[in-house]
Design a protein around this ligand. Sequence first.
Ligand code: AOF
Ligand code: ZN
Length: 362
Amino acid sequence: MATAAEADAMRRAITLAARGLGSTSPNPVVGCVITDASGHVVGEGFHQRAGGPHAEIHALRAAGVLARGGTAYVTLEPCNHTGRTGPCAQALVEAGVARVVYAVADPNGEAAGGADTLRAAGIEVEQGLLAEEAAAGNAGWLTSVRLGRPHVTWKYAATLDGRVAAADGTSRWISSPESRADVHRLRAEADAVVVGSGTARADDPHLAVRGVAGATQPLRVVIDTEAVAVKPGARVLDDAAPTAVAVAEDVLPDATAHIADVWRLPRASGGGLDVAALLATLHTRGVRSVLLEGGPTLAGAFVAAGAVDRVIGYLAPVLLGAGPAALADAGITTITDALRLDVTETVRIGTDLRVTATVPKG
Ligand code: AOF
Ligand code: ZN
């Protein structure tokens, strides 16, 4: 059984790791805390960007000689390979730490094996402390390693009766200013923000992050199957963040001449773009986490394709009684086929209720 102090150190490492969300892909987020023999924190660090030093190296640098005889708490098994940087297991051995506690084993075959290297050098090694929390914090990268596609969060804002617009199409502003600010934080943590053509046409959204200090801008992706929604001068085409527009492979090149980064993808049987092909392209581009922002048709296609991992709903205390539902047809016709989720958090945001739920892994 881990002591409360050990759990605190790992919790701190998980918190530190989260500071890398949105800027480390295609690499994981990783945090590291080093304590001396008497349990005092002597060094901390987190992975900040792909190609940069790993979390352990930042923490070892901060600890200096105080790491000798101490314990390193790491959210992911220390790496064993020389990739863009050297092996962390070796760096921990050289620094003279006595013990390494890590939360999640490294599923990346290329880098795994750090625990064995540490043990062979006489270091005490433990795995699994707060593994569930650490894995949840690294869901983007772990999902990508496991499935070869990005982790997808579908986010929507709806009235309490589940509608995203009034019957006449008007929709501003259902959610509170606080919820809208919170969405910018979600965007900053994601590698890509994805919307469909309906949203692009109706809202001319900008999709960049505003008001989040130090934020890395996500890739903006518009699914514009027929190449009709992203017009010259669309706000999403400005230079605030990179943008890609995904169109069907059969649309005429002239229709996309004003767009620098066009992805030509196959259609699904229903005529829309093939979700799996889109996810594969995102993965190839290094995207490990996607924030799917709308609208109902695209979200329905993602749910139908089994490509939603987490749902975040901002529910406003507003009733409409008519108007489109947050989710359109997802291929579910009978109650036994309903997609049942696990609620992981409920919190008040301004006047709204934010519900976070995950899709059980099949
Ligand atoms: C990280 N940051 O803090 C740790 C990682 O391309 P490289 O050389 O940076 O190696 C990336 C791999 O190293 C990564 O896929 C993971 O398996 C392992 N550990 N990676 O980016 C870190 N500790
Ligand atoms: Zn490493």
